[in-house]
Design a protein around this ligand. Structure first.
Ligand code: FAD
Length: 393
């Protein structure tokens, strides 16, 4: 991460301290992971959760009362951590982010007993967390969820399929969203232990870049009533509040990938000689570098504004975080693509940093709400605001 943004007014002294300490740790600890990530993503992901936990970084994923750092999870800290980790390793960013995404529903809606049981262990990196919302027929359209939770004695019985689930097969527990009524948003969230009877990882899915992912089958899976998060029918709110907290952090990871691509491209173009001069001395190359730098900083501004607005309750609702995710992930794709172009053939060599970034950045425009869904949120808000102003005039 560049140090300049830390001077922006969105940050307090403790944010700057976190960024400096984590930058030093990541530079020391995360070098040389890339090759192992490709060969053994599950093993490296498990190891990263343990090491992030031991070093204390996962404490940013849970509230202070349960072993965390801040009274409530601080989105600026999550964004700084994701940007810095993504700069060094896509899988380190993944390991960190999933501990947060998979545990925030418990922090926000869990009983005291559930929080005390799961959150400190997540913060120490001793339990791996997961968030199971998507289904084969329900991705963007969350209200199409078919997994059903039926009341039985002492609890619920879950039947259905969850797919594209990060950490499937690695997680110690899953936050599972299931239908408890006929209404579109009649969903309820549960914490389901990985060893619960009737839950199995029915397949693993290989993706463009190393990312532990799989499908869960819930076949009469028994869940105690005490493992329900919030009230029956509150699951849609559990999902949306969690995703709204994490949306800007996906933008931050995109910034980390993009800034790394920019740094690599600048370094390469200064060293590469063509037609008797450094590539970086050609105006056309500088035009590319100028746009890459501008898009990285514009993304950072949107991401950290959204994070600040969330932490300080100063925002306009989901619009800020949707705009940040939309812009930062789309811009990162363009920046990484230009970095590959500036590297010439070296940019497509398997295992090179530019090639790895090209693969790492792609999924960010899809998960936790696709770019199109973010655009729908922003567009709806823009039109509503215009109508509101018309009425007020
Ligand atoms: C690497 C990775 C990790 C993931 N991890 C998790 C996880 O841990 N837990 C989890 O629950 N899910 C996870 N997902 C799933 C992810 O959240 C979904 O893939 C995402 O929500 C999109 O759903 P879908 O794939 O079903 O696409 P669809 O919803 O079928 O969308 C297909 C295309 O149609 C577009 N589209 C959809 N609706 C509209 C519309 N109204 N207007 C215009 N265009 C539209 C979409 O933008 C997209 O381009 C992960 C996905 C990936 C790739």
């Amino acid at each position: 991460m560049d140090l300049y943004p830390l001077r922006w007014p969105f940050f307090d002294a403790h944010h700057r301290a976190l960024a400096e300490d984590l930058r030093a740790w990541a530079a020391r600890e995360l070098g040389g992971l890339a090759e192992r990530e490709e060969l053994d993503p599950d093993g490296v992901a498990r190891e990263l959760v343990r090491r992030l936990g031991e070093a204390g970084w996962l404490r940013y994923c849970v509230p202070a009362a349960y072993g965390g750092v801040h009274a409530r999870v601080d989105v600026r800290s999550l964004c700084l951590a994701r940007e810095i980790l993504a700069y060094h390793s896509g899988l380190a960013d993944f390991a960190f982010a999933m501990q947060g995404l998979g545990s925030l529903p418990i922090a926000l809606f869990g009983s005291e007993e559930l929080r005390a049981r799961y959150l400190p262990a997540v913060a120490r990196g001793e339990r791996i967390a997961a968030f199971a919302l998507s289904e084969p027929q329900a991705g963007s359209d969350v209200a199409a969820i078919q997994t059903a939770a039926r009341r039985v004695q002492d609890g619920y019985e879950l039947v259905g399929t969850k797919t594209w689930i990060s950490n499937a097969g690695l997680a110690h527990q899953y936050v599972v969203f299931a239908r408890t009524g006929p209404g579109k948003e009649d969903l309820t969230a549960f914490v389901v232990d990985a060893h619960a009877q009737g839950l199995r990882v029915s397949s693993r899915i290989r993706t463009l870049s190393p990312h532990p992912l799989g499908t869960l089958t819930l076949d009469g899976c028994r869940v105690p009533a005490t493992h329900r998060l919030g009230e029956e029918g509150e699951g849609y709110a559990v999902a949306m509040r969690t995703l709204d907290t994490f949306r800007a952090t996906v933008g931050a990871a995109a910034v980390g990938f993009a800034r790394r691509a920019l740094d690599e491209a600048v370094r390469h173009s200064r060293q590469r000689v063509a037609f008797g001069q450094a590539l970086s001395d050609f105006q056309l190359a500088r035009w590319k570098l100028a746009w890459m730098a501008t898009e990285v900083e514009a993304s950072e501004l949107l991401v950290y504004r959204a994070a600040w607005a969330h932490d300080c309750d100063a925002g306009r609702g989901p619009q800020d975080s949707s705009m940040a995710k939309l812009y930062a992930t789309e811009a990162a794709q363009r920046v990484v693509d230009e970095a590959v172009q500036l590297h010439g053939a070296w940019g497509v060599v398997a295992g090179s940093t530019a090639e790895r970034l090209y693969r790492d950045v792609r999924a960010l425009r899809i998960y936790e709400g696709t770019s199109e869904i973010q655009a729908l949120v922003v567009g709806r808000q823009v039109v509503r605001e215009s109508a509101r102003q018309e009425v007020a005039r």
